[in-house]
Design a protein around this ligand. Structure first.
Ligand code: AP5
Length: 227
């Protein structure tokens, strides 16, 4: 399947704890299928950087590893979903994260005549997530993700994707905050696995394999649900 032969607008949800690889895989799917990655984490970080009301309210919650209120997240997500580039389909990375967000997404999609193509649970071991998240860094120019041990640029200090030379690390990527984020995931987000199971759209992938092999598994799912 290519962007040209895809017949349906895809709405793909990636579910998984911090470090599961949602962002890594969403960016790969975006490139391969022309879908748009919608990361509520990225949208919230942009709001924090811009100093908007929503960003000011979200900042301390994110730094502590908690969940930002449904009201703020939904407002940001709805604005982004209204932009025309989402027409081909979206990969929801880090959204929904609570039952309230999942219900609001159902309503939003129904308004637009869309439905969820698949909700993919990325199955990983919590213990490995601390190592993944604390070694993560991204290109400051294009956002491409890297890892101290698992994914380094081909040329040291130079982004593979855009050639940028500046890299950054997230303020919440430390062992203590990752612990709080994992707790929030299991309390509020993991129940969505059953929610989507009951709706018949749940898929599972083994998120502990190599990045390319997980991408192949996800590609097969996208091919199937957009055929
Ligand atoms: P968000 O930005 O969504 O962070 P997260 O869910 O904690 O997820 P991460 O970005 O940490 O991990 P990822 O799964 O994308 O992993 P990645 O691909 O980077 O949210 C941040 C905060 O914003 C939340 O804590 C909350 O406060 C708030 N927020 C966001 N959305 C919200 C919502 N809907 N409601 C309320 N609050 C919300 O991979 C990690 C590292 O591992 C990378 O270095 C990567 O290179 C490496 N890696 C990836 N895959 C593999 C692999 N298979 N093998 C080895 N290494 C790998």
């Amino acid at each position: 399947m290519t962007p040209e032969t895809m017949t349906k607008a895809a709405v793909l949800i990636l579910l998984g704890p911090p470090g599961a690889g949602k962002g890594t895989q969403a960016r790969m799917l975006e490139e391969r299928y022309g879908l748009v990655q919608l990361s509520t984490g990225d949208l919230l970080r942009a709001a924090v950087a811009a100093g908007t009301d929503a960003g000011r309210a979200a900042k301390s919650v994110m730094e502590a590893g908690g969940l930002v209120s449904d009201e703020i997240v939904l407002a940001i997500l709805k604005d982004r979903m209204a932009e025309p580039d989402t027409a081909k389909g979206v990969i929801l990375d880090g959204f929904p994260r609570t039952p309230g967000q999942a219900e609001a997404l159902d309503a939003l999609l129904a308004e637009q005549g869309l439905k969820i193509s698949a909700a993919v649970s990325m199955e990983v071991d919590d213990a490995a997530m601390v190592t993944r998240v604390s070694g993560r860094y991204t290109c400051a120019d294009c956002g491409e993700g890297y890892h101290d041990s698992f994914k380094q640029p081909a040329v040291d200090g130079c982004c593979d994707k855009c050639g940028g030379k500046a890299f950054k690390r997230r303020a919440d990527d430390n062992a203590e905050t990752v612990g709080a984020r994992l707790t929030a995931y299991h309390a509020s987000t993991a129940p969505l696995i059953a929610y989507y199971g009951q709706r018949g759209v749940l898929r599972k992938v083994d998120g502990m394999g190599a990045i390319d092999s997980i991408a192949a598994d996800l590609g097969r799912i996208v091919d199937e649900v957009t055929a």
